[in-house]
Each structure stands twice: as C-alpha cells, then as structure tokens.
Design a protein around this ligand. Structure first.
Ligand code: PEP
Length: 255
C-alpha cells in the first residue's frame, strides 16, 4: 500500500518574528507544489498567525508544537485545540521535550491527543525511548506503553494518522539513528497499531522518523519500508536544508 509521507518542521523555541516570516516566505518559494509528500511547518505559537497568512493557498500546512488538553477555561498562557483550530491544521502531541523537559505523563499526552482529534485537527503523535531504555533493551516496551496509553480511549484512528518515532537520544544530538534501527522501531510501531486496531489502520498510518535528520541522512531513512517521512528539528530552521529533506522524501516515495 502506498502512503503519502509527511515531513514536519519543528522550529521549537527559535526565530524572532522577522526571521520566522523570512523563513516561511523562503519555504513557500522552494516547496509549494512539491508533490508526493505532505509538509507541515510548526513555528513558535506567536508566529502561527503569520504562518497561516504567509502559507495560505500553498501546499504547506501549519502545525502547532503543543496544545492544552482542556477546551477552554482558566488556564493562563495555554492554547486549546479549539483555539488553534482557527489557525493550524496539525498539532505535535507528546514530543519528547514535552514529556521529559516539562514532565508530561502518558495520560496527559493521551488527553491532548483526544482534544486534538475532537477539534478535527491532525496530530503528529511523538513516541520514543530514552538512551538508557534502549540500552536496557526496553525500546519496544516503552513504545508499547506510550502507544497503549495514547490510544486507550480511541475506537480507531483517522485515515492518514501520523506517529513520529523519535528516539530521545537522537533528538538534537547529531546522533541520527541508523536506518536499520529506525526501520526496526517503526515496524514495531506499525505492528502495535495493528494489534490495537487492525491491519488496514496499521497500513494506512504514516510513521515518521525524527532525530537529527539531515539532507544526507534522510535519503537512507526515507528508503525504509516502514518510514513515511520525517519530523525535523534543527535542520528545519534552514530553508535549503529543509527543502532538501522534503525533496529527498518526495523522491524516495516516487521510487
Ligand atoms: C524534533 O524536534 O522533533 C527533532 C527531531 O529535532 P532534531 O531534528 O533537531 O533532532
């Protein structure tokens, strides 16, 4: 079955407004209309309106990096899925920096995932193991725990659902997982989705790899049968690098 790969650019806590607008303009110029791949740009929250305006009518989508699980209320400083829905189409849920820097539990991630789906937005659900968990041989168990919790209250997954497999030891470290390691984990994620739902859902789910992806490393990663694109942090801040990554993923999908 052919799945349309997805490349996300997670800008994290980077760019001022001027830089963000320049990067968005450059990305539109180089990537609008690129076929065979879905593209999602995730700037910091204050620039989401700029992103929505500057990418309006293009083939690039806008995503948020985070969301609050409650739909509304006295939650100063937060954004709900309902609020984001006017501006973005996608939301990253469960990024390892949310889990490990901000202490988000599996339960919080599950609540956020539900709120995003309830609002009609498309989540990029991030999962992945710590270095010590991999060394202890717990990678599959960690992925199973994170996915089981995230999917607990769901009857099914919407068509084209996206999971990002992001080993924590590979994020922002330059230690890209080998294509073999990334493929093995993404295949495990797919088989866990089949166990939880069914084969059709598993086959239709897009599974990205994330962790120090570069224009060089993405070529082999994107060639793996269970890897359907990439979630990109550092390299998404450079228009040329992100364009090269998106183009390589589109080329791999066309083979
Ligand atoms: C990320 O932020 O999801 C990520 C994978 O970052 P980096 O590409 O910088 O490792």
């Amino acid at each position: 079955m052919s799945r349309t790969p997805v490349v996300g650019g997670n800008w994290k806590l980077n760019t001022n407004r001027q830089q963000a607008r320049a990067l968005l303009t450059a990305l539109r110029a180089s990537l609008d209309g690129l076929g065979g791949v879905e593209l999602v740009v995730c700037p910091p929250a204050p620039w989401l309106g700029d992103a929505s305006d500057l990418l309006d009518g293009s083939s690039l989508s806008v995503g948020a990096q985070n969301v609050h699980a409650e739909p509304a209320g006295a939650f100063t400083g937060e954004q709900s899925a309902a609020i984001l829905a006017g501006t973005v189409s996608h939301v990253i849920v469960g990024h390892s920096e949310r889990r490990h820097v901000f202490g988000e539990s599996d339960e919080t991630v599950a609540a956020k995932l539900r709120s995003v789906l309830d609002a009609g937005l498309r989540p990029l659900l991030a999962v992945g193991e710590l270095q010590e968990e991999r060394e202890a041989g717990w990678t599959a168990a960690v992925l199973r725990r994170q996915l089981t919790s995230a999917f607990e209250a769901l009857d099914g997954l919407p068509e084209g659902f996206v999971v990002a497999y992001e080993p924590v030891w590979a994020i922002g470290t330059g230690l890209t997982a080998t294509p073999e390691i990334a493929q093995e984990a993404c295949a495990q994620v797919r088989s866990m989705i089949e166990e939880r739902f069914d084969a059709t859902t598993a086959e239709a789910t897009r599974i990205q790899y994330g962790g120090s992806v570069t224009p060089g490393s993405v070529v082999q990663l994107a060639a793996q049968p269970d890897i359907d694109g990439a979630l990109v942090g550092g390299a998404s801040l450079d228009a040329d690098s992100f364009t090269a990554i998106c183009s390589a993923v589109a080329e791999a999908a066309a083979r």
